[in-house]
Design a protein around this ligand. Structure first.
Ligand code: HEC
Ligand SMILES: [Cu+2]
Length: 318
């Protein structure tokens, strides 16, 4: 299966949609095949003799074909009504999860060109902010509250849920559920500017105990630097990067860019533009505009030692 295939689904919300997709696809193919066959039949099968005198005679309509017209219209109407009822039934079914209960809610903000996630909780100390890779527990419906920070984006995880737009000034609510562990790719699907194609994300479904472990680890602040050199590295990070990025537990508290507190727990960088490897990380920090032209992270013209310092520091953020 390709990462963005919508022909197979993996959860309570996706199953009815996938069945409908296949059903409508098969009906459409059958319609094309049957109509094409009838057209060929009509063109190739002649009933009148091939003789010049007969051809010169004016066409006469006996009216006996009318029954076929009625038959054709009748069959099409029945098929269309069935398709419409089936579609409405699926729309009603996926409107809310079967149980209705959604204990886990994530607020996701679409922005040029990455996704910010806040795991909501009645206790403010348990609200987690992260970016681009969202973990969820398997087998539990998750409420997704979508907001837009700048232009209109659209949230789409083909294997789990259809498209819902993120619109500035409005909260759109959708939900999803995965019934198998996996890394499901999502993508912004409303053209939103230069790096629209590099606005991907992942929904990572894992067994509830693994999810809880992930959540607890993410909620912790970053490890305090363990050596004077690292303290210095952290200071450089705070000065050069802290106005935009947050690392909880440090003085870096910017909110316009991804929270980097546990950067090393992510597999990709900059909304799946790069793999999260030491080389790609250094390359990104040295020249983000070359990696993702137009991105809202400016080139910072770090000196060699500064680049080494911030990269070394970020690599301690497990
Ligand atoms: C003017 C604001 C700004 C400054 C200053 C800034 N960044 Fe960024 N950074 C961003 C934005 C915005 C993104 C998201 C870019 C995207 O995906 O398009 C980003 C993304 C990143 C990412 C990828 C994060 C992820 O979750 O994939 C890393 C790593 C990063 N920045 C490191 C740094 C470092 C290190 C510095 C300091 C040398 C720095 N940034 C300075 C705005 C900034
Ligand atoms: Cu977008």
């Amino acid at each position: 299966m390709t990462p963005l295939s919508y022909l197979s689904g993996f959860g309570a919300k996706a199953y009815p949609v996938t069945a409908l997709t296949w059903g409508l696809l098969i009906i459409s193919i059958l319609v094309v095949v049957i109509v094409t066959a009838l057209v060929f039949f009509g063109v190739l099968v002649r009933r009148a003799p091939r003789d010049a005198t007969v051809r010169a005679v004016a066409v006469q309509r006996s009216g006996e074909g009318l029954g076929w017209l009625g038959f054709g219209v009748g069959v099409s109407t029945i098929v269309l009504v069935i398709s419409a009822i089936w579609t409405m039934e699926v729309l009603a079914k996926i409107n809310a999860p079967p149980s209705g209960a959604m204990p886990l809610a994530i607020e996701i903000t679409g922005q040029q060109w990455w996704w910010k996630a806040r795991y909501l909780n009645g206790d403010p100390s348990k609200i987690l902010t992260t970016a681009d890779e969202f973990h969820i527990p398997v087998g539990r419906p998750v409420r997704i509250q979508l907001i837009g920070a700048d232009v209109i984006h659209s949230f789409w995880v083909p294997a789990l849920t259809g498209k819902t737009e993120t619109i500035p000034g409005q909260t759109n609510v959708t939900w999803l559920e995965a019934d198998k562990p996996g890394r499901y790719r999502g993508q912004c699907t409303e053209y939103c500017g230069q790096q629209h194609a590099h606005m991907a994300f992942f929904v990572i479904a894992e067994p509830p105990s693994d999810f809880q472990r992930w959540l607890d680890a993410q909620l912790k602040p970053a490890a305090t630097p363990s050596s004077p050199v690292l303290v210095n590295d952290q200071n450089i990070f705070v000065q050069r990067c802290g106005e935009c990025h947050t690392v909880r537990g440090s003085m870096a508290g910017g909110s316009v860019a991804p929270d980097l507190t546990h950067l090393m727990s992510r597999e990709t960088l900059a909304a799946d533009t790069l793999p999260n490897t030491p080389g790609a990380l250094a390359g990104w920090i040295a020249d983000p505009q070359a990696q993702k032209p137009g991105t809202n992270m400016p080139d910072l013209y770090l000196s060699g030692p500064e680049l080494t310092a911030v990269t070394t520091y970020l690599r301690t953020l497990q």
